[in-house]
Design a protein around this ligand. Structure first.
Ligand code: MEV
Length: 293
């Protein structure tokens, strides 16, 4: 059986959300597709190659997803094949997306009848298995789809659209989260107020998005980016790209963990993203063939 899950953008609140602050997140219209087929032994096929269970390599999220699923439903084996339009290690939730798509496919293939809540719980554990750290925001939004204010889990709608620039620099969430934690431990009196300011930005950002107030969102993007820079998750390349975007009158910020990855912008991006993508869902074979093209 085949299942798919969306990628995500963090519109406001990356990193501060790890410390219980507010974040504004949305599923996007790029998706990861996973096919699960019963067989003996485990085989994983993706753009990174073909392996067995591979807990430390490119297939770590998939392997841990299989292991977590097996704790609920004992299985002898499966062939897992993955195709994703979410660029890997880019801050657009590719890891959560592949995890949830694989859990969705296993759920359907083995008739396990897991609810979205249960899939989220498993995906949350996989995030911790692989990264050892993380807020659970990515697996949440990717499982349920839509646009949300975290931690209240308040759903909202907006008509505003954004572009994305992919810096093509790799963004490794666990490493960036660890870096911020270390900075916070060394300079709590500096970093804590920055995280509090990010919290206020996220709350005001959610209001501005709901009111479709593009002007206010731009202002808040600029402030949030300055604070992300202050906690060390921007890079000279990101700063240069954002300077170019700002010179043309738009606003932009990192989305996701930073250190590379993607930039969300009010204009002049590489590609457009649609917000409020649908969460995990079962697909039919027609969709699998289409995703082959
Ligand atoms: C990663 O997409 C977002 C971070 O806030 C980490 C997390 O929330 O787990 C950087």
């Amino acid at each position: 059986m085949i299942a798919s899950a969306p990628g995500k953008v963090i519109v406001f609140g990356e990193h501060s959300v790890v410390y219980g602050k507010h974040a504004v997140v949305s599923a996007i219209d790029l998706r990861c597709y996973a096919k699960a087929e019963k067989r003996s032994g485990f085989r994983i096929i993706s753009q990174f190659g073909e392996t067995g269970l591979d807990f430390d390599g490119h297939h770590s999220y998939i392997s841990h997803a299989i292991r977590r699923f097996s704790e609920i439903r004992k299985i002898e084996g499966a062939l897992i094949e993955v195709r994703s339009s979410v660029p890997p290690a880019s801050g657009l939730g590719s890891s959560a997306s592949v995890t949830v798509a694989v859990l969705g496919a296993l759920n359907a293939e083995f008739d396990t009848d897991l609810s979205q809540d249960e899939i989220f719980e498993l995906a949350r554990n996989v995030e911790l298995d692989v990264q050892g750290i993380g807020s659970g925001t990515d697996p949440f939004v990717v499982t349920f789809g839509g646009s949300w204010v975290i931690p209240e889990k308040k759903r909202f709608e907006t008509r505003l659209n954004f572009d994305v620039v992919d810096t093509k620099q790799k963004s490794v969430t666990s490493e960036m989260v660890r870096r911020v934690r270390e900075l916070k431990e060394r300079y709590p009196d500096i970093v804590n107020p920055v995280l509090d300011a990010m919290d206020s930005i996220a709350l005001k950002g959610a209001e501005a998005l709901e009111k479709n107030d593009a002007e206010r969102v731009s202002e808040l993007f600029r402030m949030n980016q300055s604070l992300l820079r202050a906690i060390g998750v921007s890079t000279p390349l990101i700063d240069r790209i954002i300077a170019g975007i700002e010179e043309e009158g738009y606003a932009a910020k990192i989305t996701g963990a930073g250190g590379g990855g993607c930039i969300i912008t009010t204009g002049r991006g590489d590609f457009k993203i649609g917000l409020s993508g649908e969460g995990v869902r079962v697909e039919d074979f027609e969709d699998w063939r289409e995703s082959d093209n």
